[in-house]
Design a protein around this ligand. Structure first.
Ligand SMILES: CC(C)(COP(=O)(O)OP(=O)(O)OC[C@H]1O[C@@H](n2cnc3c(N)ncnc32)[C@H](O)[C@@H]1OP(=O)(O)O)[C@@H](O)C(=O)NCCC(=O)NCCS
Length: 183
């Protein structure tokens, strides 16, 4: 089975596949970021235990092997700044990209440049001809990423697919980028 690269070097960051040794730092980063994530990410609603973090890293590892999802730490100078993933959730031929950042690392273009890099990885995989980003209609920071990268808004759906987080209005906005025809 073809997989994307495990390490992707960007101008200001490195995306790298999560590893078991990330547990303590990842748990600290998520715990610090919870108030910033809670409005938009249902999984951030409660406390984030070390067991939950370990389960997440295990799941990332298993999903990488099966191809169900490819999840990366976003790192800056070796420190964990956030997370970005592409997942098989939107049917055949497509991968969905999602992201979050620790608040100290917003406003730097990390989510946008990371998404652009994963789009390239996705289109290099056999059989992938489109990439989507799904966000809640109220999540303007998330919306700006597909907008900057030239995605097209293809649908709005209510009720939302996932459980609703604190500030969400329950409408999924779906953006798609289709692989350019190969010559
Ligand atoms: C969604 C989220 C990741 C967006 O973070 P962000 O910092 O706004 O996005 P980026 O990292 O792409 O940074 C973009 C900003 O950096 C600036 N920037 C600097 N260099 C840049 C570059 N090379 N490329 C693009 N933007 C750049 C942009 O102008 C923009 O600034 P602005 O916010 O003042 O307009 C963040 O708000 C977050 O973690 N939210 C909580 C979790 C969440 O909602 N996840 C998405 C669920 S669908």
């Amino acid at each position: 089975m073809a997989h994307p690269r495990e390490v992707i070097t960007l101008e200001a960051a490195v995306l790298r596949r999560w590893r078991g040794g990330d547990l303590a730092e990842m748990h600290r980063v998520v715990t610090e970021a919870l108030p910033h994530l809670r409005p938009w990410m249902p999984w951030a609603a409660g406390n984030y235990s070390l067991d939950t973090a370990a389960e997440f890293l295990d799941l990332c590892d298993r999903n990488w092997h099966t191809g169900a999802a490819y999840t990366y730490a976003i790192t800056v100078d070796g420190a964990i700044a956030g997370c970005i993933a592409m997942e098989c959730r939107i049917g055949s031929g497509g991968l969905e990209i999602g992201y979050w950042l620790h608040p100290d690392y917003t406003g730097l273009g990390l989510a946008t440049t990371g998404t652009a890099a994963l789009v390239d990885e996705a289109f290099a995989l056999p059989g992938i001809d489109h990439v989507e980003i799904w966000h809640d209609a109220a999540n303007t920071a998330s919306r700006r990423i597909p907008q900057r990268l030239g995605f097209t808004c293809v649908d709005r759906r209510s009720p939302s697919r996932d459980p609703r987080a604190g500030c969400e209005d329950g409408i999924d906005v779906i953006w798609r980028l289709t692989r350019p025809a190969q010559r």
